[in-house]
Design a protein around this ligand. Structure first.
Ligand code: SF4
Length: 185
């Protein structure tokens, strides 16, 4: 927390803090989280807990719907604003009495993936077309040498044609992502 305040003092203008609200763990602290950004120009992003192969029990026990948070914000006069490019899939809310803003990332909402512009490359050089994709594509052989950049682009372009339109989390299918830490999520 002190580090975040130090970043603000140092003049960083766009600071985002991610929170996963979990039932019976920190969901009762929602008001304190929101109060924390009253005087801090921070984008506080509530990311809905997502189910993966290894987290099904945690998901069932602790999942809090982003819709519940959105209803609470609207009741308290937070207004949804058009999102900027850097907001990614977050729905962004502002309030005249707060310096900070709130982002909601609600992957279970219909059309969540419609504006997806995400690709990930893992630490071992594999391209993941989706956080919850069913396979990864090896790029490592083309990443080791800059003279192969055209071949690298061609491989990425070809694979992009196969990117699925959305995840399949509603069907309990999290692809090859057994837990989000393996993909930096
Ligand atoms: S398609 Fe995959 S990476 Fe893109 S927003 Fe949906 S879940 Fe995320």
């Amino acid at each position: 927390m002190a580090g975040i305040d130090a970043a603000l003092e140092a003049g960083y203008e766009k600071i985002k803090v991610n929170v996963v609200l979990m039932k019976n763990i920190n969901d009762s602290n929602l008001a304190s989280f929101i109060n924390w950004i009253k005087l801090r120009p921070i984008q506080l992003r509530f990311i809905e807990l997502m189910e993966t192969d290894e987290s099904d029990k945690i998901f069932r026990r602790h999942h809090v719907s982003g819709e519940k948070i959105r209803r609470r914000l609207l009741e308290q006069n937070w207004q949804q604003i058009p999102r900027c490019r850097s907001d990614g899939p977050a729905q962004v809310f502002k309030h005249p009495d707060y310096y900070g803003e709130i982002g909601l990332i609600m992957p279970y909402e219909q059309n969540f993936c419609q504006s997806c512009n995400r690709l990930r490359v893992s630490s071992i050089g594999h391209l993941h077309l989706c956080l919850f994709g069913e396979r990864s594509i090896i790029l490592r052989d083309l990443l080791v040498d800059a003279s192969q950049s055209e071949a690298l682009k061609a491989r990425i372009r070809a694979e992009l044609q196969l990117k699925r339109a959305s995840h399949f989390l509603h069907q309990g299918d999290s692809g090859i992502t057994s837990n989000l830490s393996i993909i930096g999520g």
